[in-house]
Design a protein around this ligand. Sequence first.
Ligand SMILES: [Zn+2]
Ligand SMILES: [Zn+2]
Length: 183
Amino acid sequence: MQFNVAQLLKEPTGGTRKYEIDETLDDLDPELVIQEPITGKIKFTKIPQGILMVGKLRTLLEMNCSRCLEPFDLPVTIKLEEQFRPLLDLQTGAVLPQEEDADEATLIDQKNIVDLSEVVRQALLLVLPALPVCREDCLGLCAQCGQNLNEGTCDCPQEIVDPRWEALRTLLDSPEEDSEEES
Ligand SMILES: [Zn+2]
Ligand SMILES: [Zn+2]
């Protein structure tokens, strides 16, 4: 996802370029299983400090459901807004001073290339849900036998486990065990 912005950098502030994105980025990040090309629109605008990039991109990410553990495809949309600044002064070719905490992901390199890969990678990681679910009413797995309850019920007794009853049952069970040992 690279764009040469040499011409745009020479334009006065306010100059723009628009691009349609349709790009397959397979090995962007080990945590991201990208299932279809990343598509959308981006716009570059020349600003005094460099290039302002805004965009909206979408794709499908494969995730594992946090309830039933099955893989499913999650549609995601990311909104981007980043300032890219040039590494070199276009007129003199000198290396421009950079702030100490400047992000390498938003640097325009010496060949005047803006690379959106890192910005897109970070944005995708940010939209990943902590507890993804394949569908809102996913029934998950039986806690006892592991049956996927979306695919059918199992024969496990549907016990209502209440900690107070658990404590009582432990008390009731104890004498039985003792008597078994004695016999
Ligand atoms: Zn599920
Ligand atoms: Zn079960």
